[in-house]
Design a protein around this ligand. Structure first.
Ligand code: FES
Length: 212
């Protein structure tokens, strides 16, 4: 090479090598962001899949629900007294089964599972809402009618299962059975107690007078 063919001392980086380095860097960033997106999508799929399975489990009855006991539930005292407009959280029929008792302003007693039929969040009593109060699920703004357990608003697909309550002469409140979502209290009692009440279809007429 002659002196006249020497490259200038300040010619800067080789453009071909610079382009190659930039391309390699772009490829690496693209690969990283792709794997990050994949991880993110995997996490989202896992979480939402878990929620969906929980919801399907509740909806299809795979998970334990009120009214699905293999044996008739035992009567259980849940309160010495319950005043009009007040509610009480308790467990029935099992220690894991969240339930809620409500005394309407006209004195009527109502009991329900406190597990929302949408995605199993806890149902709360809101005394000041509506004309008679409401049973409210804060997770997705679900509202249930406190007189019937029926869905009044929001995504819950089914009414709340019932807990059958009675009041004894001393004012104490007892849970004596459960009814599945959509069943009446009488239907639930007849199913659980093998038609042992006079009001049951084909009931035996046994001397059991407890009913709501
Ligand atoms: S879990 Fe109750 S409204 Fe969604």
């Amino acid at each position: 090479m002659s002196l006249t063919e020497q490259p200038p001392a300040d010619s800067g980086p080789d453009p071909d090598r610079t382009d190659a380095a930039h391309q390699a860097l772009r490829d690496r960033i693209a690969a990283d962001s792709l794997s990050t997106r994949r991880d993110y999508l995997r996490i989202v799929a896992t979480v939402s899949g878990g929620l969906a399975v929980g919801g399907i489990g509740v909806a299809s009855g795979i998970l334990h629900r009120h009214g699905d006991s293999a044996t008739p539930p035992e009567p259980k005292k849940v309160a010495d007294r319950l005043q009009p407009g007040e509610s009480l959280a308790f467990r029935y029929p099992g220690d894991e089964d969240r339930a809620i008792a409500v005394r309407m302003t006209d004195g009527t007693l109502r009991g329900y599972s406190a597990v929302c039929t949408h995605l199993a969040c806890a149902v709360l009593w809101r005394k000041e809402r509506g004309s008679e109060g409401e049973l409210y699920c804060p997770c997705h703004e679900g509202i249930f009618d406190p007189r019937t357990g029926g869905v009044a608003q929001g995504p819950p697909p089914r009414p709340l299962p019932k807990v059958v309550l009675i009041e004894r002469i001393d004012g104490s409140v007892w849970a004596i059975g459960t009814a599945r979502s959509g069943e009446s209290a009488e239907e639930g009692l007849c199913r659980e107690q093998d038609n042992a009440f006079r009001f049951c279809p084909g009931g035996t007429g046994a001397e059991r007078s407890e009913r709501t």
